[in-house]
Write a protein that binds this ligand. Structure first.
Ligand code: LLP
Length: 423
């Protein structure tokens, strides 16, 4: 359920017509709904009610400080994977004790920044990382709280590029090595073992792979406790999928996910951390774009939009499906025709959809890409000299630009021409 609905013939974000935002900021733009964000965040809270838990939003899904602040005000923690994301979480007012630091390649500088600014836990992914973290913490006269991210060798059954829990993936420490690496961790002066971490992939549409991975976490936790480690937190990562189209079977609900967590891990009495990104923000955002041209090709018709792969990379990168709907409500049961929906970037990969059934659309019309709130703006670039598109946050009948479109001068002024090239 989201808060992007047709009203009076126009797609609204909550109480604001998207046409009004388009008039004010121009297209393309991302638009987010506070009510949807709030609702989705609360679903996880409800799913884990009665269990000591912290929902850490995966900042990589959408790092806009206004989004982070909206979630922080609801009690969210944050999952970050770089010093840049850490800085964003802090800028949104999230205290260090609610921030977990994930990622396979943390640098000593990033570790130092997090230790100095405050951190709940590092999710450590290798022995070399553990050694470096211990040295950095010891140098600062402190200890770093850690969980080891284990690789359970479970196939998440999702897109190959976003599967992270198989043994051939670069992530985590093989579960068979875990007891030995935990023993090493406990012996290091700058390390305090607090938990176990796992994350097997993204856009999972089945609970079974989660259950298999969490079963391995449960077994490992018992073994680690026997070895004398005080395992008190389990970080279960993110990954619960969202419906990208209403015609497919809906993915499992957070409530069922929560019940499964309790069933597989509840007996251990640990605090549960989860790191959802997509489910919180994915369906809380749309990308609104204008049709620049209709173009008749040989055997196919194109709609050329002012949004492109640099604004929403998911279709080009993963062949991902996004529903694309006119902002002006089409006639129910009216005529449709197949269109290839493309952007202006000079690559054939800049294709959002092929042979998509669309109601009549003309140049100048607005189209909305649904489910674009997660891994949309956060994966965008300035390829082809295209400015990052503005982001707008709606709350009831109000809206605000939460990231403005940069001017060309702003974009160009980041470059520096060395002295020897000056006239
Ligand atoms: N925790 C860790 C350690 C992660 O690596 C990720 C996502 C998450 C949490 C959040 O997962 P979520 O709940 O959002 O599924 N760009 C891709 C998705 C990449 C996900 C990477 N890691 C896409 O657009 O589909």
């Amino acid at each position: 359920m989201d808060h992007f609905l047709y009203r009076d013939g126009v797609l609204h974000a909550e109480d604001v017509p998207l046409t009004e935002i388009a008039r004010s900021v121009g297209t393309p733009f991302y638009c987010y709904s506070t009510a949807t964000l709030t609702r989705h965040f609360k679903l996880f809270h409800e799913a884990l009610e009665g269990t000591d838990h912290l929902v850490c939003f995966a900042v990589k899904a959408n790092g806009n400080v206004a989004i982070l602040r909206t979630l922080a005000a609801l009690g969210a923690g944050m999952d970050v994977v770089s010093a840049g994301e850490y800085a964003r979480a802090k800028a949104a007012g999230v205290p260090g004790e609610r921030i977990v630091f994930s990622g396979v390649g943390k640098t000593p500088q990033e570790m130092r920044a997090a230790l100095e600014g405050g951190i709940r836990q590092f999710n450590v992914e290798s022995e070399p990382e553990l050694e470096v973290l211990s040295a950095v913490a010891a140098e600062l006269g402190t200890t770093a709280p850690i969980a080891l991210r284990i690789n359970p060798d479970v196939d998440a059954g999702t897109h190959d590029k976003i599967s992270t829990g198989r043994k051939e993936d670069k992530f985590g420490i093989p579960v068979g090595h875990a007891r030995r690496v935990y023993a090493r961790a406990a012996a290091l002066p700058g390390i305090e073992v607090v938990g176990v971490d796992v994350h097997i992939g993204s856009q999972l549409t089945d609970l079974q792979p989660f259950e298999a991975a969490f079963g391995k976490v449960a077994e490992l936790t018992e073994a680690l406790r026997e070895d004398g480690h005080d395992i008190r937190r389990l970080d279960l990562g993110g990954g619960l999928g969202i419906p990208y189209t209403r015609s497919n079977a809906p993915p499992p609900l957070p409530l069922d996910y929560g019940a499964m967590i309790r069933r597989t891990l509840g007996h251990l009495g640990c605090e549960i951390e989860i790191e959802p990104g997509r489910l919180i923000v994915g369906n809380a955002g749309v990308l609104v774009s204008s049709v620049i041209y209709e173009k008749a090709g040989e055997g196919r018709d194109f709609l050329i939009l002012d949004a492109a792969m640099n604004d929403l990379l998911r279709p080009a990168m993963y062949g991902a499906h996004h529903d694309i709907v006119p902002v002006k409500e089409p006639l129910p049961g009216g005529p449709t025709a197949q269109k290839d929906i493309v952007g202006p970037v000079c690559e054939s990969g800049d294709t959002f959809a092929k042979a998509r059934e669309m109601p009549p659309v003309a140049a100048g019309d607005l189209l909305a890409f649904r489910s674009a709130g997660a891994y949309g703006a956060s994966m965008s670039s300035e390829y082809n000299g295209r400015p990052l598109v503005p982001e707008v946050l709606v709350n009831g009948d109000q809206f605000a630009v939460i990231r403005a479109r940069p001017s060309f001068d702003e974009m160009i002024s980041r470059d520096n021409v060395p002295e020897w090239l000056e006239d």
